[in-house]
Design a protein around this ligand. Structure first.
Ligand code: PEP
Ligand code: MN
Length: 287
């Protein structure tokens, strides 16, 4: 006997942006904030293409300490500026519990990355931040471990958690990770937290992103997070999986057909670029 599927709870990001059962928000932007020009150009195109939120990492969890680690606090200011320019609320990763306060002042949503899914002090700190949290699944985490991590955030009195399936470690080097889409209907039976899909990290390949994004809609996902770069060949991080702006436009153009089949719509404001402005002081973030 299968359990009755639950619908996701509402997780409000700003006055205009919210995760809810009949909506399908899309977060998009570069893996890492590299320069002002790169960020502003990317923010502008993802807004024009209909993204609901802007993503961009300034604290990057890199396998090698010799790789680009992100612009840090300087990058936070650029994210706030890009948010003001486009009206898109920003999600960015926080790596260190000591940075949570500063990051929460600059962006609408905090991301806990795959590598930190079981960093319990970080989970407690973001639970106290007053900001919604995007909790990515660890690459080798079971569903139970992932939900346990979410409980750490919820237990601090923060009900605004969105889960993100970003691929789990497989055996085939032909794809970067293995996108576990079956976890979405399973989660639906166990939890009312919204769950979104990251087809970029899951595949590591820009040419696989469209197919996995549409499959995510069919599996019942509540949204997407996608990497976009104006010049993927020169990206300082994750270039092979980044979509060119033109590919992101085509993804957004086709996505509407799939979301309507799934009984969802891309948020109204997406097609008109009418999102409210989020001030660099956090005004307009609707909290
Ligand atoms: C990211 O979103 O930039 C990222 C590093 O993702 P993950 O934690 O899923 O690897
Ligand atoms: Mn990345």
């Amino acid at each position: 006997m299968t359990a009755e599927p639950k619908y996701c709870r509402r997780v409000q990001i700003t006055d205009e942006v919210c995760f809810e059962p009949d909506s399908f928000p899309v977060m998009a932007g570069p893996c890492a904030v590299e320069t002002r020009d790169q960020l502003m150009a990317t923010a502008q195109v993802v807004m024009e293409a209909g993204a609901t939120m802007l993503r961009g990492g300034v604290f990057k969890p890199r396998t090698s300490p010799h790789s680009f680690q992100g612009l840090g606090h300087e990058g936070l200011e650029l994210l706030a500026e890009a948010s003001s320019m486009t009206g898109l609320p920003v999600v960015t990763e926080v790596l260190d519990p000591r940075d949570v306060g500063a990051v929460a002042e600059c962006v609408a949503m905090l991301q806990v990355g795959s590598r930190n899914m079981q960093n319990f002090s970080l989970l407690r700190e973001v639970g106290q931040s007053g900001r919604p949290v995007l909790l990515k699944r660890g690459a080798a985490a079971t569903l139970e471990e992932w939900l346990g991590a979410a409980e750490y955030v919820l237990g601090e009195g923060n009900p605004d958690v969105v889960l993100c399936e970003r691929g789990i470690r497989g055996f085939d080097p032909g794809v970067r990770y293995t996108l576990d889409l079956a976890v979405i209907p399973r989660l639906r039976q166990l939890s009312d937290l919204p769950v979104i899909v990251d087809p970029s990290h899951a595949t590591g390949a820009g040419d696989l992103v469209h197919a996995m994004a549409f499959a995510a809609v069919a599996a019942g996902a509540d949204g997407l997070i996608v990497e976009v770069h104006p010049d993927p060949g020169h990206a300082r991080c994750d270039g092979p999986q980044a979509l060119l702006p033109s590919d992101f436009f085509s993804l957004m153009g086709e996505l509407g057909r799939w979301t309507s089949l799934a009984g969802r719509s891309l948020p109204e404001c997406q097609s008109h670029g009418l999102l409210g402005t989020v001030g660099t002081d956090g005004s307009g973030m609707g909290r």
